[in-house]
Design a binder for this molecule. Structure first.
Ligand code: ADP
Ligand code: MG
Length: 279
């Protein structure tokens, strides 16, 4: 199952003088149960890929298979609606999508829109808000009175309220302080352990190393490298050429290599380095 992109190209405003190519001939798979990172410099096509994963965009060429549904350039909206529920997309700066007058209503909006009674939708909303760490004293408040970090959590709860089996996250910790970032990353880890497939766009290589089991590297609309983070980060020069770099500990170990130390494989996490030190 999972999601497969096959030879996908995407052109924004295709057929107009403003046409701009965002993806060209991308093939990749999001395995069920995986924690997949998509990385790449600004403008490399990451957000475009994410929007193809839940049918928000339809490929200009090629196909996207989401579970058993095949999305092709001629697919129409009604074939895709169900997919939006199963593949939850959290936009970058998701708090900008909030619009309801109370926190609880905002989170309950999605399930209600899919035909669930308002009582039931509110029960789901309470559960998801608790999960993202929003205190019940805030449920009846206007979301616009909350801090930016809290608003982001409310928006994430709104996506979780659809009970997606795949959660797609576009730079979900951008702009948060270190504590807020840590807490959110811990939440995604827990959701993953509970069986939700995670797709994460991030510019933090340390997070890729710590959480992801598969990584896709994008450059200028093309998929240029993929594999397990422990392997992808061995190629330091390549990762620097695409302006991404490697985890901090990998860079540190690489410096030691230049001074004559040798590793079977460069560590990508602190724990691996500690194991090496302790022999
Ligand atoms: P990333 O998320 O990696 O920064 P995007 O997928 O947002 O990259 O963008 C890929 C390319 O498509 C960029 O060149 C960008 O300028 C272009 N692009 C993105 N969104 C639009 C849009 N709505 N209209 C026209 N071009 C766009
Ligand atoms: Mg983006």
């Amino acid at each position: 199952m999972g999601i497969t992109l096959e030879n996908v190209s995407y052109i924004y405003q295709n057929g107009t003088p403003f046409a701009s190519s965002a993806l060209s001939d991308v093939s990749l798979t999001i395995e069920d149960g995986s924690y997949t990172a998509v990385i790449g410099h600004t403008g490399s096509g990451k957000s475009t890929i994410l929007q193809l994963l839940n049918g928000l965009l339809v490929p200009t060429e090629g196909s996207v298979k989401v579970f058993n549904t095949l999305i092709t350039p001629t697919s129409v909206n009604k074939e895709i609606r169900q997919i939006r529920k199963q593949v939850g997309l959290v936009f970058q700066f998701a708090e900008n999508q909030i619009f309801e007058e109370t926190v609880l209503k905002d989170v309950a909006f999605g399930p209600q829109n899919f035909g669930i009674s308002s009582e039931e939708a509110e029960a789901i909303a309470r559960e998801k808000l608790a999960m993202v760490g929003i205190d019940s004293s805030l449920f009846e408040r206007s979301p616009f009175e909350l801090s930016g970090g809290q608003m982001r959590r409310v928006a994430i709860a709104g996506i979780l309220a659809m009970e997606p089996s795949i959660l797609v996250l576009d730079e979900p910790t951008a702009g948060l302080d270190p504590v807020g970032r840590k807490e959110l990353m811990a939440l995604f880890k827990k959701l993953h352990q509970d069986g939700i497939t995670i797709v994460l766009v991030t510019h933090l290589m340390d997070d890729v190393a710590e959480f992801a089991d598969q990584v896709y590297v994008m450059e200028k609309g093309k998929l240029v490298k993929s594999g397990k983070p422990s392997l992808v980060f061995q190629d330091i020069e390549f990762m620097e050429n695409v302006q991404l770099g490697v985890p901090r500990i990998t860079r540190f170990a690489y410096k030691l290599v230049k001074r004559g130390l040798s590793f079977k494989q460069l560590p990508i996490r602190i724990e691996e380095f500690k194991e090496f030190i302790n022999g």
